[in-house]
Write a protein that binds this ligand. Structure first.
Ligand code: IMP
Ligand code: MG
Length: 187
């Protein structure tokens, strides 16, 4: 198989589309350290459950957990994919449910990116049904301009413009999740 086409200018070519660096590995790691500190402080006595939304959040979840220095548990939801294109299907389906009993527990939902807000809205509604003690959301990225649903994101890594991004968990037709930094489609 081909290697990912990273040109000398550190751009990634996918067919005729060009992705350019947006957030570096170092910037991501620095911000996650800050988020980890902040969240650890807030949950020090609460034994929270961190709930990652698969697939996109797997890398962020991993690095965030390394920066959480309090006792906690982890679990995962898996939602159906964004489709194979750059535009959301507007539909969300649960593919894997939680294993943890979340009643009366403090929950932190971990997302890669909030775009329209539909996925988070869907997850929040499912979770509320099981009566947790509290629920907050941390998302590495957020596109404030494309938000369509009434959701509150409690901790945000980076606010970005309404553009398609890949890398660090985020895919384009299921690929490029393994990139260490975030790239944006250049126009
Ligand atoms: P939402 O439901 O519209 O908020 O979209 C959230 C989900 O869509 C994220 O968890 C991602 O999996 C995916 N997504 C949104 N924007 C992008 C992007 O720019 N690149 C890759 N995936 C994205
Ligand atoms: Mg996702």
């Amino acid at each position: 198989m081909d290697k990912i086409k990273d040109t000398s200018a550190n751009e990634i070519l996918i067919g005729t589309e060009k992705f350019v660096p947006m957030i570096s590995e170092a910037e991501i790691q620095k911000r996650i350290e800050e988020l980890g500190k902040q969240i650890s402080e807030e949950y020090r006595t609460k034994l929270p459950i961190f709930i990652g939304i698969l697939n996109g959040s797997f890398m962020f979840m991993t690095d965030l957990m390394k920066n959480i220095d309090i006792n906690c548990e982890i679990d995962f939801f898996k939602l159906s994919s964004y489709g194979d294109e750059k535009i959301s299907s507007g539909k969300v389906k649960l593919v894997k449910d939680l294993n943890a009993d979340i009643k009366d527990r403090h929950l932190v939902i971990v997302e890669d990116i909030v775009d329209s807000g539909l996925s988070i809205k869907y997850v929040e509604e499912m979770i509320q049904f099981n009566q947790p003690a509290s629920m907050k959301v941390v998302s590495l990225l957020m596109k404030p301009e494309s938000l369509k649903y009434d959701v509150k994101i409690d901790y945000i890594g980076f606010k970005i413009p309404n553009k398609f991004v890949i890398g660090y968990g985020l895919d384009y037709a299921q690929k490029y999740r393994n990139l260490r930094s975030i790239y944006v489609l250049s126009e």
